[in-house]
Design a protein around this ligand. Structure first.
Ligand SMILES: Cc1ncc(COP(=O)(O)O)c(C=O)c1O
Length: 431
């Protein structure tokens, strides 16, 4: 995986295709910082079959399992939603929405201050208590979003002289946090524990601060980090462990408490982090940890200290959403039935769905031109998916990112599969 931060669509990858974004940047000394923007326009103009046709469309309604989409040419049409991270449909859950509306009337729609000034209500504190209760930690801290959580946590805790060891497929925000921290960044091959061990063995004894960071569920593949082995290696090599379980919370594990629960090693993880924008259905990031680490982060995580806190209506909805998740009362069994139907159906048709063990189902295509046509034709036939290529993944691993929701009906899934079959065959992706 290749999630170098700061790259634009069309940037050249290490796999060096002919469609290089840099080729459109004037090489003379007159090019200023905006030359990149002009170059992107030229790049897109020269690649009319570009994948951007299916990006940035308008959703005319809530994030539900069926939705109306407005295309760039202005026409709207209904789709089955296989591109949402609201896996349990909590975004539209009546209790969640009611709590949020009530809080809007009580607190207004925004906070007007950062958390440590006037930006914390009892609702914000309740979200933190729900999170620490969920993981059994002493405390938890809420960030404005998952991205800023990762950047703030890593850059606050690590610095020059420390080493941060990353899975190669970690989310971009984790790498951004590592870069900002000034710590040495090491990368091990995706989920490869022998390689992780080698990397750890090579860290000199003189290095005091060692952090292993991994996604719990990998966001582009849907596979899981072997957290039991990672926590074991961390113990043996004096490293702390941070897990970003953005896509695991509410989905994975015997009661939906995420990837740490799945591997039975929640207590071995020092920093239980994630986002509230996927299954919890809103926005926000978090870190559940010891009281002293949380206290430290409140003062030294700059994305917390210097960024306005989430609106109270969001916090109110999250309290309800997290309670539903904690009680495992949000329809997770139905989600897993839908995951199985969709994943097995796609596999049976001959699509390459990788090693997914979550609600994220990659459909690996490997050819950007084919992928763009496939993506657009699926949508034209009523199936909305997400298109993923460089810099989120290598171009030769470009794919659709398909995700299941608990509220999809069997009829809707089967209808979507039959569209996948027709469009996949027409575009030469399956036989
Ligand atoms: C693994 C992972 N971490 C962090 C984030 C960032 O979270 P947010 O969208 O809440 O900023 C995402 C996705 O957006 C993600 O997939």
């Amino acid at each position: 995986m290749n999630k170098e931060p700061g790259k634009l669509p069309g940037d050249s990858g290490e796999d060096g295709t002919e469609r290089r974004f840099e080729d459109f940047i004037p090489q003379d000394g007159d090019a200023d910082i905006f030359a990149k923007a002009d170059a992107l326009d030229s790049y897109l103009g020269a690649n009319p079959a570009s994948y951007t046709e299916g990006l940035g469309l308008r959703m005319e309604g809530p994030a539900a399992h069926t939705c109306t989409v407005r295309e760039h040419d202005g026409h709207s049409h209904k789709v089955t939603m296989l591109g949402s991270n609201s896996y349990l449909a909590l975004t539209t859950h009546p209790a969640v929405v009611a709590a949020s509306i009530k809080a809007c009337a009580e607190y207004g729609y925004g906070m007007g201050a950062v958390s440590l000034y006037a930006g914390t209500t009892p609702l914000h504190r309740l979200v933190e208590e729900e999170l620490s209760g969920l993981y059994g930690t002493e405390d938890a801290i809420l960030f404005p979003c998952g991205y800023s959580a990762n950047v703030g946590i890593i850059s606050a805790l690590c610095g020059p002289g420390d080493v941060v060891v990353n899975d190669a497929s970690n989310h971009a925000s984790i790498f951004d946090g590592c870069r900002l921290s000034g710590a040495e960044i090491k990368v091990y091959l995706h989920r490869n524990m022998r390689h992780l061990e080698r990397v750890l063995q090579r860290i000199p004894d003189s290095v005091r601060g060692r952090l292993i960071v991994t996604d719990g569920v990998f966001s582009m593949d849907g596979d899981l980090a072997p957290l039991d082995e990672i926590t074991d290696l961390a113990r043996r090599h004096r490293a702390r462990v941070m897990v970003d379980d953005a896509h695991g919370l509410g989905v994975v594990g015997p009661t939906g408490l995420g990837t740490p629960e799945h591997f039975g090693c929640t207590r071995g993880i020092d920093l239980l982090c994630g986002t509230l924008s996927k299954t919890p259905g809103a926005i926000g990031g978090y870190c559940a940890a010891s009281a002293s680490v949380v206290r430290y982060l409140r003062y030294y995580a700059r994305t917390y200290f210097f960024s306005t806190s989430m609106p109270a209506p969001t916090a109110a909805g999250l309290v309800e959403a997290l309670r539903l998740i904690r009680a495992d009362a949000a329809g997770r069994d139905r989600l897993w039935r839908n995951i199985a139907r969709l994943r097995d159906g796609l596999k049976a048709l001959g699509f390459d769905t990788g090693d997914t063990e979550s609600a994220i189902i990659p459909v690996i295509v490997g050819d950007e031109q084919k992928l763009a046509a496939f993506h657009n034709e699926l949508r034209a036939n009523g199936v909305f998916t997400n298109l993923v290529t460089y810099p989120a993944v290598r171009r030769k691993e470009c794919r659709l990112r398909v995700s299941a929701m608990s509220t999809l009906t069997e009829i809707e899934i089967d209808a979507a599969l039959s569209v996948f079959a027709d469009v996949g065959r027409r575009n030469g992706i399956i036989a």
